[in-house]
Design a protein around this ligand. Structure first.
Ligand code: CTP
Ligand code: MG
Length: 231
């Protein structure tokens, strides 16, 4: 079975607006509602856990839960100070589902598609761990100090990680617990599994599967809606 943990407990500081970005309206509903609906639409997903910031409980209940009828929404839990802690709090809800699989997804990536979800679900059953990513289109430079270039990396070997990242529940719990023990904080979930020496499969994401991070991303989000002919 496949579960989803959607993390939306961040403060959205880079967006620089009063309302936390995950609750900003995009077209007809808050960003987080688009994201939940994307997982609702996939017949593969059984249940959805949403991780929110305790200060946002009111806004989540009033602007999201009470406005939309989600059939697979199971519960919400409060996140922590880092994304990693927030993911862990969501995973704790699934502790009894060790043999099943969990999609970990950013609440601010509303354009995840059914085909991305399908590709991940298919691959994770062979590999236990997948990371959605897209090939890098830019030439990538490596610099130790940010002043001079040490080398040019081989672009064909560089992938930009996205979410969803999908794991067997037992594996990601083990990886997370080890990371916390070691005081390691990764910028994604896959890196914690990589540290165990376990191979993580790459699954093609999509250029449109953007993470809404800065005000400019709102413009991109509207362009994507236009591209998808939703506006
Ligand atoms: N997130 C979370 N708990 C945290 C930090 C982040 O659940 N302590 C979530 C965010 O809500 C978001 C996702 O992780 O859905 C990706 O994080 P990011 O884009 O960095 O969002 P924020 O941390 O909210 O934004 P910023 O870093 O600009 O403050
Ligand atoms: Mg952040």
């Amino acid at each position: 079975m496949f579960f989803a943990v959607i993390v939306a407990a961040g403060k959205g500081e880079r967006m620089n607006v009063a309302v936390p970005k995950q609750y900003l309206p995009l077209l007809d509903k808050p960003i987080i509602a688009h994201t939940i609906e994307a997982f609702e639409r996939s017949p593969l997903i059984q249940e959805i856990v949403v991780v929110i910031h305790p200060d946002h409980e009111d806004i989540f209940v009033k602007r999201v839960l009470e406005q939309f009828c989600f059939k697979k929404f199971r519960k919400y839990v409060f996140g922590g100070d880092t994304r990693q802690e927030s993911v862990y709090r969501g995973l704790e809800v699934l502790r009894e589902r060790k043999k099943d699989f969990v999609f970990i997804h950013d609440g601010v990536r509303p354009f995840v598609t059914e085909s991305i979800i399908e590709r991940c679900a298919e691959r994770v059953q062979e590999t236990e761990a997948v990371c959605c990513a897209i090939p890098c289109v830019d030439t990538v430079k490596f610099s130790e100090d940010g002043n001079t270039i040490e080398k040019t990396l081989d672009r064909r070997k560089i992938w930009r990680a996205q979410t969803p990242q999908v794991f067997r529940v037992s594996l990601i719990l083990e990886a997370m617990e080890k990371a916390f023990q070691d005081g390691f904080y990764g910028t994604d979930d896959s890196s914690l599994v990589e540290r165990l020496g376990k191979k993580v499969a790459l699954v093609l994401g999509a250029e449109n599967n953007i993470k809404i991070t800065t005000p400019f991303d709102f413009i991109r989000a509207e362009e994507i809606l236009r591209w998808e002919k939703r506006i």
